[in-house]
Design a protein around this ligand. Structure first.
Ligand code: NAD
Length: 289
């Protein structure tokens, strides 16, 4: 397939490279000259104009910073420029309302568009092991699946337009709450005289067990290797977790949902970020305890 890829940053760079590896011809566009040079080295053809990158393609994939940018790129350079049969796939994490608005604008011009945010960070983007949560029509999902499969290990249809974003923010709100809970439990166990490894051995096979403990333990030297073992470098940055929590709180307000623990998690990550920890892995919140 011929695929336009817009936004070749930390995540998009690895994703586009996996499309090339799968045998697709990738038309790359990014505002950053460095990102384009890196994409060219990975086998993409580069363009200096997004609408030109969309000429004659079968699919458009984007991985951009926020909803405002996604909206301006799609309404300005993709819709009306990509061929009508092309499937439009936005993999960025953005607000549910904008995802639905852009998808409607695309549908009005005859395109199938899906929102397909990811679970997994830069390593998963490079390794092709992302999980995609896809919102859109059945036809849109079917058309996007072969493209997404080349970049991930799981592609799941979450329902109509915007539902991919809804799944992503609900998942990440739960993750934030779970990580803070895990950090508090380890801190309290230690203060009460329990060795962290002993607490792990007990809780990891008891009812407190969760992903933040057994797959991503915030305590260095305990559990499988995680960013805690690398001074909280790499992994999923606090600033990105905070971005997702803000999107979750926005959606909760619009939908009138009581998310009092999610709100508290957002406040804690906000304070952690403001204290200069935005680039540290989100599990470093344990150092606040
Ligand atoms: P990034 O800042 O590294 O990359 C974004 C890229 O978009 C940059 O190269 C930038 O130059 C480009 N860009 C910005 N405006 C543009 C425009 N108008 N036209 C073309 N290109 C433009 O960010 P990232 O870490 O790759 O994240 C991208 C998206 O993926 C975000 O929505 C983020 O929330 C989501 N995400 C990131 C991670 C992660 O671990 N980094 C994990 C899951 C999801």
């Amino acid at each position: 397939m011929k695929i336009a890829f817009i936004g070749l940053g930390n995540m998009g760079g690895g994703m586009a490279a996996n499309l090339v590896k799968a045998g697709h011809a990738v038309h790359a566009f990014d505002l950053s000259a460095d990102a384009l040079t890196a994409a060219e080295a990975k086998g993409c053809t580069t363009f200096t104009d997004a609408s030109e990158a969309c000429d004659g393609v079968d699919a458009v994939v984007s991985m951009l910073p926020n909803g405002g940018i996604v909206k301006s790129v799609y309404t300005g350079s993709v819709i009306g420029h990509a061929p009508e049969g092309a499937v439009l796939i936005d993999c960025s994490t953005i607000d549910v309302a904008t995802a639905r608005e852009v998808s409607e604008a695309a549908a009005a011009k005859g395109y199938a568009m899906v929102d397909a945010p990811v679970s997994g960070g830069i390593a998963a983007a490079e390794g092709g092991t992302l999980t995609f949560m896809v919102g859109g029509t059945k036809e849109g999902f079917k058309a996007s699946e072969p493209v997404l499969s080349a970049m991930g290990k799981a592609v799941i249809h979450a329902g109509d337009a915007g539902n991919g974003q809804a799944a992503k923010i609900c998942n990440n709100m739960l993750l934030a709450v779970q990580m803070i809970g895990t950090a508090e439990a380890f801190a309290m166990a230690e203060k009460l005289g329990l060795d962290p490894q002993t607490f792990y051995d007990i809780s990891s096979v008891s009812s407190g067990q969760c992903w933040s403990m057994t797959s991503y333990c915030p305590v260095p030297g305990v559990g499988p290797k995680s960013p805690a073992d690398n001074d909280y470098r790499g992994g999923f940055a606090t600033a990105l977790m905070l971005k997702d929590l803000k999107l979750a709180m926005e959606a909760a307000e619009t939908a009138g949902v009581d998310t009092r623990i999610g709100t508290k998690a957002k406040e804690l990550y906000e304070a952690f970020d403001a204290a200069g920890s935005g680039s540290r892995d989100f599990s470093a919140i344990i150092t606040e305890y």
